[in-house]
Design a protein around this ligand. Structure first.
Ligand code: PAF
Length: 280
């Protein structure tokens, strides 16, 4: 695996791959790789001839009270995992400037109203920051396919929308959420959970699943979400939101047969967790 730290070296290698007609599969990450990320890479492998992964902890997607400095950085461990998976290139910019030297040109790039609901409401500007880095990395990499996890449903939705507009030739593939045996969705933030919280955390998914089952016996969205909120609060979760929407993140008509999604974010012992479940 080739590790590249500068934009110029990266661009040169991309041009080489392009000249050879390689199909580029790209997985952007912030490192601290777990089985969820590795599953994205496996999907990329099935859909391309060369695999590129980026590791860049993007300062633009962290708010003032967010955990940019605390974000787990495990570079050496990540590199050995990527080598085991036979990745071809790792782009690990050694400086923010390597990615954002043309940041002023990205002023216009905003996530819009759907970036200001759910997690975007809790973390103002977060999705603008995500889109800016993904846009910049797409511009540099010009991948044929790029893989994003369904766990971060709102991020996936917004990236797809941005890609349709600016990168219509990139195939954005949605990857299923990878869960621990106890149901907890894998996330880099799980490593912040203390001993007590780690025991409670799997209840998050269980309570959301129960909520969906209850919805089969009730047509009231409000009743269902309140029931889920009560159940989460009883189990020591601080609820940020529980929201039942269409998969276009629109208000749901309870009688519609369209695909629906239950999205939630909670805080547990100071750690923010998110999860979601799609259903019909
Ligand atoms: O999902 C993530 O890890 C990040 O938001 C991403 C897509 C790598 C952008 O920094």
């Amino acid at each position: 695996m080739i590790i590249l730290n500068t934009k110029q070296d990266y661009k040169n290698h991309i041009n080489l791959l392009k000249s050879k007609g390689e199909i580029i599969g790209f997985v952007p990450t912030m490192g601290n790789l777990h089985d969820g990320h590795l599953s994205l890479i496996e999907i990329a492998k099935k859909n391309s001839s060369k695999i590129i992964v980026s590791i860049f902890v993007n300062p633009l997607q962290f708010g003032k009270n967010d955990d940019f400095n605390k974000y787990p950085r495990t570079f050496n461990r990540d590199v050995s995992k990527l080598k085991d998976l036979n990745c071809d290139i790792l782009f690990a910019p050694n400086d923010t400037y390597e990615v954002f030297d043309e940041i002023d040109n990205l002023k216009y790039l905003k996530a819009g109203p759907k970036g200001n609901i759910l997690c975007g409401k809790l973390r103002p500007g977060h999705f603008d920051g995500v889109l800016k880095v993904v846009y910049t990395l797409f511009k540099l990499t010009e991948p044929d396919v790029s893989i994003f996890g369904l766990k971060d449903f709102q991020q996936l939705y917004l990236v797809k929308k941005m890609a349709r507009k600016y990168f219509p030739n990139i195939d954005i593939i949605s990857a299923p959420t990878i869960r621990a045996k106890n149901g907890l969705a894998l996330s880099s933030r799980n490593s912040y959970l203390d001993k007590t919280s780690i025991k409670i955390a799997p209840l998050f998914y269980k309570i959301l699943l129960e909520g969906i089952n209850n919805l089969k016996h009730s047509t009231s969205i409000e009743q269902t979400t309140n029931k889920i909120i009560n159940s989460l609060e009883k189990n020591k979760f601080l609820v940020n939101y529980v929201s039942l929407l269409t998969i276009d993140l629109e208000k749901l008509n309870p009688n519609s047969s369209d695909k629906k999604i239950l999205l939630s974010s909670v805080n547990l012992g100071g750690t923010r967790l998110i999860d979601n479940i799609e259903f019909s």
